[in-house]
Write a protein that binds this ligand. Structure first.
Ligand SMILES: Nc1ncnc2c1ncn2[C@@H]1O[C@H](COP(=O)(O)OP(=O)(O)O)[C@@H](O)[C@H]1O
Ligand SMILES: [Mg+2]
Length: 247
């Protein structure tokens, strides 16, 4: 673990009000380089809001985001993406008539990241096609893909930008158990082979607990627990707020 204990991202007292109501309140946490961090909590707990603050979709009401030690609070989404934070949305938004392979290639182009920052070919389309299991679909237009394949393509597109941090907001929801097993293995591979840190928001708690090294639990906008999965699963506040009634 020590080889990747360096801090990649820090959220400091992150707070977001919508109208008079706090969707997120004083959330302080870190993500280490190459860490898989699970983010769980009931509907409306503030998970998406937190990821939106990290990716620049929303500006925090107060608090700061530091990425690689630099203050990125208030930067626009494309500026944050350029620094190495990629987000994968629940709803695919790729180019329908373009081939799978070209969709991945264009992901890298749009990011505008310095190619020299990429990792020895591992952000190349061929590698990403293999990683996401889309190699034999590479020449198909996007319309020929299933929903799950489209989601995998979104993930490949995000990775094509050569990120250091990947934000997954229920990007794998609605999978059957076999597909979820594959998604878990894929997330491990992304971290192991690319060294990318991941914040994974997902309703299937078992999947999060099986893959994440650390878990953050949000409830009504507040961080109620942080720790290794086994510890968080035994936390009474977490059981009362969420696990007791999950699944
Ligand atoms: N754009 C928005 N405008 C107003 N309220 C919002 C907006 N986005 C989220 N919220 C509110 O913030 C709270 C947290 O929502 P969200 O972050 O989406 O929760 P989660 O992703 O954990 O389900 C909810 O009460 C939600 O209604
Ligand atoms: Mg959400």
């Amino acid at each position: 673990m020590s080889r990747r204990s360096e801090t990649l991202l820090e959220g400091e007292t992150l707070t977001k009000y919508f109208g008079g109501l706090p969707a997120l309140k004083d959330v302080t946490f870190t993500v280490a380089q190459g860490e898989i961090l699970g983010l769980i909590g009931p509907n409306g707990a503030g998970k998406s809001t937190l990821l939106n603050l990290l990716s620049g979709v929303f500006r925090p009401s107060h608090g700061r985001v530091l990425f690689r030690g630099r203050d990125v609070t208030g930067l626009r989404p494309h500026q944050i993406a350029k620094r190495g934070v990629a987000r994968v949305l629940q709803t695919p938004r790729s180019f329908p008539s373009m081939s799978v392979r070209d969709n991945i290639a264009i992901g890298a182009l749009f990011a505008g990241r310095d190619r020299a920052a990429g990792r020895s070919g591992r952000d190349e389309p061929e590698y990403l096609l293999e990683l996401t299991g889309l190699l034999d679909k590479r020449d198909l237009p996007l319309e020929g893909l299933t929903l799950q394949e489209k989601r995998l393509l979104e993930l490949a597109r995000a990775l094509a930008t050569g990120p250091e941090l990947l934000l997954l907001d229920e990007a794998m929801s609605g999978l059957n158990p076999t597909e979820m097993e594959r998604a878990m293995a894929l997330i491990r591979r992304i971290r192991d082979e690319l060294g990318v840190a991941i914040i994974w928001v997902e309703h299937v708690v078992k999947a999060i607990m099986g893959v994440a090294e650390r878990v953050l639990v949000l409830n009504f906008g507040q961080l109620i627990a942080t720790g290794p999965p086994a510890e968080v699963a035994r936390d009474q506040a977490v059981i009362d707020a969420y696990l007791g009634r999950a699944e």
